[in-house]
Design a protein around this ligand. Structure first.
Ligand code: 8YV
Length: 311
């Protein structure tokens, strides 16, 4: 009998094909009636495959008595209760490292997009508004002060890229890091020093809403916020207020509090660049993530250690 696996979100087609060749896959996200769906399948489900942005909701985990492994297609594990998993003897894996470059690349793309107004320029040309006049001037990218909050693999990859822009760099982090980059101290001190504050820290109870009104005030009316981490790190209403009142100069955001729903107040702001949580969304990286998801599932069901285990 084939092993039964619950899939909580759409995945790239090659991964879905590979999963269906190995397992009986129940596509939970397509269920019209989730309770009835779980009543039909939950007792036999031994594996869950999910995205980093979705994790596994507590009520689903609780409904799966035979669950052995949660394989996250993503590096973030903020939406999986690791302590609960450990307590139940459930293994959890993620896909670290393979997406670091892409997330850092997108962070740089967002920095350049917001400072140099690339999406605005694109709209200006497409909407044939250029004959009526030029865009207002943008801001310089090179030789600026960049503060990076969270200085793990992704934060450091962002710093390496910014060195190519002759940037001044500083970071703040909850754990000490061995680096030549200056430690600015607290997040408020980092924000006060920065022209651009880039959020690259992982989400947790301690970092929830950590970018609050006081951090935005420290960043100030010439400062720009870039977030490639998780929406939960930013107090979104405070950010909207700061953008509307001129409390900060602009923002570029790949992540939001209640994805895929984004507050409409953002939509009309000319000083904001918005992308749909796509930092790891390249063919190459999603394939590498898929390979790791499969490697972890294969290892588990063959009784081996997981290549990238969290628990
Ligand atoms: C993905 C992510 O969007 O790695 C993460 O934690 O949030 C992203 O890479 C997502 O997990 C894809 O399933």
């Amino acid at each position: 009998m084939s092993i039964e696996v619950l899939q909580l979100c759409p995945l790239m087609p090659s991964l879905e094909t590979a999963l269906s060749e190995r397992f009986t896959v129940h596509r939970f996200f397509e269920a019209a009636d989730s309770e009835a769906f779980l009543a039909d399948h939950a007792q036999r489900v031994r594996g869950v495959v999910t995205g980093g942005h979705i994790g596994i909701p507590a009520e689903i985990a609780a409904s799966l008595p035979a669950l052995e492994i949660v394989a996250i297609n993503g590096v973030g594990f903020d939406k999986v209760d690791l302590a609960e998993a450990k307590g139940r003897g459930i293994r959890v894996s993620n896909t670290p490292d393979v997406l670091t470059e892409d997330v850092a690349d997108l962070a740089l793309g967002l920095v350049i997009s917001v400072l140099r107004q690339i999406p605005r320029g694109d709209a200006h040309v497409r909407q044939n508004r250029w004959p009526d006049g030029d865009l207002p001037l943008g801001s310089k990218v090179s030789h600026r002060r960049y503060g990076i909050f969270g200085f793990g693999r992704i934060g450091q990859a962002i710093a390496r890229r910014l060195e190519g822009f002759d940037a001044e760099l500083a970071y703040a982090s909850r754990s000490p890091v061995q680096t030549h980059v200056r430690n600015a101290g607290s997040l408020v001190e980092l924000a006060a020093w920065s022209d651009v504050l880039i959020i690259a820290a992982s989400a947790s109870a301690e970092t929830r809403n950590i970018v609050d009104a006081s951090v935005l005030e420290a960043l100030g009316p010439r400062g720009v916020l870039v977030n490639v981490a998780r929406g939960s790190l930013v107090d979104e209403p405070a950010l909207l207020d700061a953008l509307e009142s001129g409390g900060i100069a602009g923002a570029a955001l790949d992540v939001f509090v209640d994805e895929p729903r984004v507050p409409q107040r953002f939509f009309t702001m000319p000083n904001v660049v918005l992308t749909p949580h796509m930092a790891s969304a390249t063919h190459e990286t999603r394939q590498a993530m898929a390979d790791l998801v499969l490697a972890n599932l294969d290892a588990h069901f063959a009784g081996r250690n997981l290549p990238t285990a969290l628990v």
